[in-house]
Design a binder for this molecule. Structure first.
Ligand SMILES: [Zn+2]
Length: 767
């Protein structure tokens, strides 16, 4: 039983924190001690001792101190836990972001404001005091750190301190969205499966995107992106990753492999001695680099670097090794949130001129020059074709690596005929190979490409290896061309003014990313790329491209001059003028800055739809008159990619070549021509004839034949075209086509790309 005998008729005044005097009420104290589960005996002891320490005018703080001291003593004597409970009971506590519970302390708010935002101490203190006051009024038991941060943000807004609020704000993702991601996944990128890794990636991506738009780019650039004037690609990686790289295996074959770049976190390999180890190292180079980059990872001259390792091996052994590599690239399910590496290999029919007299590297040593290994290089190519042709265990095509073959001057010589026929059989069966046309003069010595269509050629500083190997694209950002047209309202001069303004914004954005990337390279955040071989950094960052991309030239023309790209010579000429303007802008910047600026045909997997949707919102009338897709469902709206002919335009293959070839020499950072629906003419000999004409007589620099495929889930048979059911057993099928740069299961596509696919299919090309 509680004995409050000392306090009967007791009248002293206590002073509260806010200065108000009030009569001391022993019952309040008893209640809070009871709530803290202090037992009667100990409460009596506290009341007895406290009585002797009270005086008129004592503060509530002092009383609390005495009580805490006593509880501490009692805890020590009895092994109880009163003090902690009493503190929780009587203080406002904060659940912090480190998963701890701490008493509320306004000084933390003040310190954070000063440290994180640079706000002056006086204002910070004022805000701290006001927050404390309003929390008191709320009479809460606990509060979370994010709630406090929101209250502080509200105060900052109230005081007009918006720039401080941006620095102080917390980034993240609502519970609803996380739940949705966990349950339904997200269909932004056709490569991402719905699994634990990808869910983590999405949640992190969302935060990093917000960070990029708030912290990396100034408000006007972020706004231009959000409005859809331009598109800033890979925002989730803006702070931490450049895009892509063309790898050179010689460094690893000479000095060995450290996949973490340092050897501190992972085992260190000596240079590969055996062919299977060389193959494994090739695969691991790609996956290690993918951990540091957002886009494609490619090995240029793949069959040349590996050729010396194949010396003396039988064809079946070489094929076995290539099969191992292909499976590695399709089954290493590790990169960027549980995806396979976005991989490509560039292949040669013969050892190219610039490598013929270069030392061939094997097992940390040099064994002759590469021209001595032409036969092995060709066997590798043949083996790769055979492996790709067979498909996987259930008969599906291998989606990776993107299989890129360079056609140089001797491609159509008789001695290469067998390989060329096989390549086109591979096109005919799966639509797999890509071709680089090395015939035109503007393809300088070596040109390579990858799935994201980034192009490097020996046209930068004149040293072909420096220009094309161990470097890649730092970033590309894209201009919404149709909107430039809408804003120009038919006026040519205005059109180029608006275009110029947009390019200026993109230039600034690329510059910012350039400085960010330089900083992270110096900061050691990309250790695989910055590792040194023989004193020289592996990644040739100074040779990376900074690139202007574009979407919707066709719809710009349709709006601005009333004709589409394929409809008149004038439209084509005007289209060339627009892209030439972008190219000149990039070339001038090269002069000015010494950086490698270039122009690319953006592979707009989601951008073509995003621009169209935003224009449908902000420029409804203009957009409706030119956009593709179904107007009753804005999610299906899309613009034609880059300077391509509209996918359902009625043109022959030859006419398409004559139009699109105009843009390949202009787009020095990347270009591609697509030939869709080849199931309609998939005789390998016919395809090879088209290839010969393109190579010998056109300026098309890079292209691929796409075959639509349906693969039976039950019997595994492959059927040409996109079917609803298996033609043999009537079961469900998985349907495949090329989305922008790579083959992909159609069920993963976004609505706009699905709509584009429907339009593509309505158009069977004439040859
Ligand atoms: Zn079947």
């Amino acid at each position: 039983m509680i004995s409050s005998k000392y306090y009967s008729g007791y009248k002293i005044y206590v002073v509260k924190k806010n200065g108000v005097r009030e009569l001391f009420d022993v019952n309040k104290l008893v209640k809070s001690l009871l709530n803290s589960q202090v037992d009667y005996r100990h409460i009596n002891r506290i009341l007895a001792i406290l009585h002797s320490k009270l005086y008129d005018g004592i503060t509530t703080g002092e009383i609390k101190e005495v009580v805490c001291e006593l509880l501490k003593e009692i805890d020590r004597e009895n092994g109880t836990n009163y003090l902690e409970k009493y503190r929780e009971e009587t203080n406002l506590v904060v659940r912090t972001s480190n998963n701890e519970i701490q008493p509320f302390d306004k000084n933390r708010i003040i310190k954070k404001l000063i440290d994180e935002t640079g706000l002056d101490g006086k204002t910070a203190e004022k805000i701290g005091n006001e927050i404390e006051k309003s929390l008191k009024k709320l009479n809460l038991k606990y509060i979370t750190a994010p709630m406090i941060r929101e209250l502080v943000n509200a105060k900052l807004i109230e005081y007009g301190l918006e720039e401080y609020r941006i620095r102080h704000t917390r980034l993240g993702i609502p519970i609803y969205d996380i739940k949705k991601l966990i349950n339904e996944g997200c269909r932004e990128n056709a490569n991402l499966m719905h699994n634990p890794e990808s869910i983590h990636k999405w949640v992190a991506d969302e935060t990093m995107k917000q960070y990029a738009l708030l912290e990396i780019f100034p408000k006007d650039i972020a706004d231009a992106h959000m409005r859809g004037d331009i598109h800033l690609h890979d925002l989730e990686y803006a702070a931490i990753r450049p895009v892509c790289c063309q790898h050179d295996l010689r460094n690893f074959f000479m000095y060995g492999l450290r996949v973490d770049g340092t050897g501190r976190h992972t085992s260190v390999s000596k240079p590969a001695k055996h062919p299977e180890v060389a193959i494994q190292h090739a695969a691991k180079v790609l996956s290690a680099a993918q951990c540091e980059m957002s886009g494609g990872q490619s090995i240029d001259e793949f069959n040349i670097w590996l050729a010396p390792y194949m010396r003396g091996l039988s064809y079946s052994r070489i094929k076995q090794l290539m099969q191992m590599f292909i499976y590695e690239m399709n089954q290493m399910y590790v990169a960027r949130g549980g995806q396979t590496v976005f991989s490509s290999i560039n292949l040669e029919l013969e050892v190219p001129e610039y490598l013929r007299d270069k030392e061939a590297v094997v097992a940390g040593d040099v064994r002759g020059t590469y021209e001595e290994y032409e036969e092995e290089a060709q066997l590798i190519l043949q083996a790769l074709i055979d492996v790709m042709m067979e498909g996987d265990a259930v008969g599906k095509p291998f989606l990776f690596p993107n299989f890129i073959v360079k056609l140089r001057g001797r491609a159509f010589k008789d001695e290469n005929r067998e390989l060329m026929v096989k390549l086109h059989e591979l096109s005919s069966k799966w639509g797999i190979p890509y071709f680089i046309n090395m015939y035109p003069e503007w393809q300088v010595e070596n040109t390579n490409a990858m799935g994201c269509r980034t192009r490097l050629s020996g046209d930068w500083k004149g040293d072909v290896e420096m220009d094309t190997l161990r470097t890649g694209n730092m970033q590309w950002y894209t201009v919404n061309l149709p909107r430039v047209g809408y804003e120009a309202k038919g006026d040519d001069d205005r059109l180029f003014e608006v275009l110029h303004e947009r390019l200026e914004i993109i230039k600034r954005a690329l510059y910012i990313k350039h400085h960010v990337t330089e900083r992270i390279l110096k900061g050691g955040i990309l250790p695989f790329l910055t590792q040194k071989f023989n004193g020289e950094q592996y990644y040739r960052y100074e040779n990376t491209t900074k690139t202007f991309g574009f979407v919707g030239l066709n719809e710009l023309l349709k709006y601005h001059i009333g004709e589409e790209l394929h409809e008149s010579k004038y439209a084509l000429k005007f289209g060339e003028k627009v892209i030439k303007y972008i190219r000149d802008y990039a070339d001038n910047l090269k002069e000015e800055t010494g950086l490698r600026w270039s122009v690319t045909q953006t592979p707009a997997e989601s951008t073509a739809g995003r621009f169209a949707r935003l224009d449908y919102r902000y420029y409804r009338e203009e957009c409706e008159s030119v956009v593709n897709g179904d107007l009753s469902n804005p999610n299906t709206l899309y613009y034609t990619n880059s300077s391509h002919v509209r996918v359902d335009a009625s043109v022959s293959v030859g006419e398409k070549v004559r139009i699109e070839e105009k843009f390949h020499p202009l787009c020095n950072g990347g270009h591609i021509a697509h030939f869709w629906n080849i199931e309609a003419y998939s005789d390998p000999e016919v395809l090879m004839e088209i290839t010969r004409k393109i190579a010998e007589r056109s300026d098309i620099g890079f292209w691929t034949y796409t075959k639509n495929l349906s693969i039976c889930e039950r019997c595994g048979r492959t059927i040409a075209g996109l079917k609803d059911r298996c033609a043999y057993c009537g079961s469900n099928v998985q349907r495949y086509s090329r989305i922008t740069g790579y083959l992909q299961n159609v069920s993963n596509w976004n609505d706009a790309k699905r709509r584009e696919l429907i339009d593509r299919r309505s158009n069977i090309p004439r040859i």
